[in-house]
Design a protein around this ligand. Sequence first.
Ligand code: S3P
Length: 436
Amino acid sequence: MSDSIRFHVQPGGALKGAIRVAGDKSISHRSIMMGSLAEGTTHVSGFLEGEDALATLNAFKAMGVKIEGPDNGKVVVHGVGMHGLQQPQASLDVGNSGTSMRLMSGLLAGQAFSTTLIGDESLTKRPMKRVTDPLALMGAKIETTETGTSPLNISSVAALKGIDYDMPMASAQVKSCLLLAGLYAEGETWVTEPAPTRDHTERMLQGFGYEVMQDGPRRGVKGGGKLTACDIDVPADISSAAFFLVGASIAEGSDLTLQHVGMNPTRDGVINILRLMGADIEVSNERVIGGEPVADLRVRSAKLKGIQIPEDQVPLAIDEFPALFVAAACAEGETILTGAEELRVKESDRIQVMADGLIALGVDAKPTPDGIVIQGGSIGGGSVNSHGDHRIAMSFAMAALRATGDISIDDCANVNTSFPGFVELAASVGLQVSVA
Ligand code: S3P
């Protein structure tokens, strides 16, 4: 896909049927990282074949790990052990993927060789001091630009030492970075987060046989252990399901089932928030697969109402706000979001870019420093720009289900980072979307 990809969506329609959305991005990244460092062969199924997860896969290949696939979501990782990675011949380019850059900075800080991590235009603007500052406390040597952005030049050091770190922001990427660095550090590495964030790293480390210590909200690892290969079944990504949860809720006459969706309690804020707004979401077939809860979700259209979004739900729905803003625009009354300043440093400034797009479609949306206020009502047709942000592109595509005219969305190529096949899958259940 090129930068000029534009989605064109006709108004109206309903979402009907049963689908499985793309594999979980967070779990896919971690399966490659831990599979590579493990002893033995890890078999992954349901792997997300999107550009972000592939960036991680290619980075580990460049460090000498033999990886087969992906082939229909199946990947075989021949682990090299904790000290088996080799120095790559060139900088590791992780494209648009903040997760790759932040998690890998931690585990690369502990290697016996130097590396450089680079990314695309959007990633190059994103804050990296949040990982390099605590890594420096562990003794890591990482150079950023003067403004604290990538490229990250990571030099090898004699040894990392464990720290006990109070994270200033709720970020699973920072937590995971430090725990992965902690595998290579002398002594114990502890992190305390201001609010619970996704815990896939902790769950998967334990699945690979590495103990993760718990002490209230603190999580810790002892350096010097080893990972043992295991099989990983990646569930469908609740963040990708979110577009369909919102789409089917707002489009009259919808009845859609989303199969095998990851339901980790640190990720289910979108369901809690939509239910508070009056959504009709039925959870069935709940099971635990490879240490992660999974379920089928049936969503039917419902009359939504505006709410004050509880701040404790913000980290649990952090990637779903672009879609939730579309739900708010279709709800009766006012929706207020606060405590979500992290949205300003995602793949785009999601508060500003969503506000601009909603306003272009005639919605009354007022950005605030840490959130937004949206008056529900009707959505008009028009043209919006996703600013290369995959989740904004897919959210505005769903908005067309309730719009009064066509919506065209510019700069949609990055949908491929997290949800390849989105257009085809959405069209198969009733979204009148095409690529121009
Ligand atoms: C992720 C953590 C979140 C999320 C991102 C994936 C992860 O980022 O937005 O899409 O896999 O750990 P933050 O840690 O910056 O909140």
